[in-house]
Design a protein around this ligand. Structure first.
Ligand SMILES: *Cc1c(COP(=O)(O)O)cnc(C)c1O
Length: 396
């Protein structure tokens, strides 16, 4: 099918939640994708920070194919070999020692909220309230949506989940201290807010949140769905702050495109869940955990994260040179290869023009241009993107 044939079937049969799009991408390899009419694009969005090893990475593809020929699905009524291997490698590379697998970021956050509530019930001191941040994003299921501090996503879906309040200003330690009450059981936040505009908090913020949570008896849940898996130059973004949370959620890049979400937690917090308390039919099935195991194996090899830091630093430097030239650039934010360029103007026309120039990037809110490319990009790819952006901003 060509693009217009795909579009017309979409318009006829797909619920209208995504609005109009320009491209139908049908093939990918490394940092390139091709549309249904055969045109090639340099992908600096990676399916929203998902395809971190590049499209159709040979080792992940091989793991998927091998697993597809062996066993695609059983249920969690049985032990799953790939799942336990994945949990082991994730534990070896993080603070977490216990894992629950699900299907996406939203379901990982649902699991985190449920675990936090159960943990305090189990302790005999129920504290059901969950605090979340303004401008956050935690997913579209009802509890995760309630924890998402962007009113535009709530409209028309009330009543939202009770006991969850996303009204704490981000990067404001005192506001968090004031918001905690005796019934606050957990705080959920992103180490860097992604969807909310690539907002990097001030240097001591995460550490201060950790200290407040420990002091006040509140669990710290870090949503690393977007920041995790090497995106910021560490395997998990909280490592930059030298702290660890009680619970962390993962999804996006974990399976390099195969849908999988995860919750990792400390041994102590893991005691909140017992048999029958939480479950997922597909969660951690052989196919998705085989893909994630291959993905994590590549990401934890020597040199992988160093490459992210080096290319990310180079990209930042080039963007700062553009910022010196174009006052339309208000601010450049980010870490590693999670980068937001805030403009003084609407970002959509810029995204469209980049696309016309053969480069895929995306927005993070109305005025922030977001780059979350595959982590395997090279400096020459950065040069192409910066040159195109230079031309487009010059013509604005
Ligand atoms: C994308 C995202 C989610 C939601 O993930 P889904 O897989 O779409 O459910 C949650 N939290 C953060 C920080 C995200 O970036």
């Amino acid at each position: 099918m060509n693009t217009s044939q795909i579009k017309s079937l979409n318009d006829q049969f797909i619920l209208n939640t995504y609005g109009e799009r320009k491209l139908a991408l049908v093939r990918g390899s490394g940092v390139s994708v091709w549309d249904a009419d055969g045109r090639e694009y340099l992908d600096f969005f990676a399916g929203i920070a998902v395809v971190s090893l590049g499209h159709c990475h040979p080792e992940v593809t091989e793991a998927i194919c091998r697993q597809a020929r062996t066993l695609v699905h059983v249920s969690n009524l049985y032990y799953i070999e790939r799942q336990v291997q994945l949990a082991k490698i994730l534990s070896e590379h993080s603070f977490a020692s216990r894992w629950f697998f699900c299907n996406c970021g939203a379901t990982a956050n649902e699991a985190a909220i449920k675990l936090a509530r159960r943990y305090w019930v189990q302790k005999g001191t129920p504290k059901p309230d969950i605090l979340a941040m303004q401008q956050s994003f935690h997913g579209r299921t009802l509890a995760a949506l309630t924890a998402t501090g962007q009113p535009k996503y709530h409209q028309g879906f009330e009543p939202l989940a009770s006991g969850i309040s996303a009204t704490v200003p981000y990067d404001d330690v005192e506001a968090l201290e004031r918001a905690i009450t005796p019934s606050t059981g957990a705080v959920i936040l992103e180490p860097i807010q992604g969807e909310g505009g690539v907002r990097v908090p001030s240097a001591g913020y995460l550490r201060a949140v950790r200290e407040i949570c420990s002091k006040r008896g509140v669990l710290m849940i870090l949503d690393e769905v977007q920041t995790g898996m090497g995106r910021t130059g560490k395997l998990f973004a909280h490592e930059h702050a030298g702290i660890f949370p009680d619970i962390m959620t993962l999804a996006k890049a974990l399976g390099n495109g195969v849908p999988i979400g995860a919750l990792g937690c400390t041994e102590e917090v893991a005691s909140g869940f017992g048999p029958g308390m939480h479950a997922s039919t597909f969660g951690g099935n052989p196919l998705c955990t085989a893909a994630a195991l291959a993905t994590v194996s590549v990401m934890t090899r020597p040199g992988f994260l160093e490459h992210v830091c080096e290319v990310g630093g180079y990209f930042m430097e080039k963007l700062h040179q553009l910022a010196a030239k174009y006052p339309v650039i208000r601010e450049i934010r980010g870490k590693g290869l999670m980068i937001g360029v805030e403009l003084n103007t609407e970002v959509k026309p810029v995204v469209d023009k980049m696309q016309e120039a053969g480069i895929i990037c995306g927005p993070a809110g109305p005025k922030v241009l977001r780059f979350v490319p595959p982590l395997v990009i090279e400096k020459e790819h950065v040069d192409r993107v910066v040159t195109a952006l230079d031309t487009i901003l010059g013509a604005l």
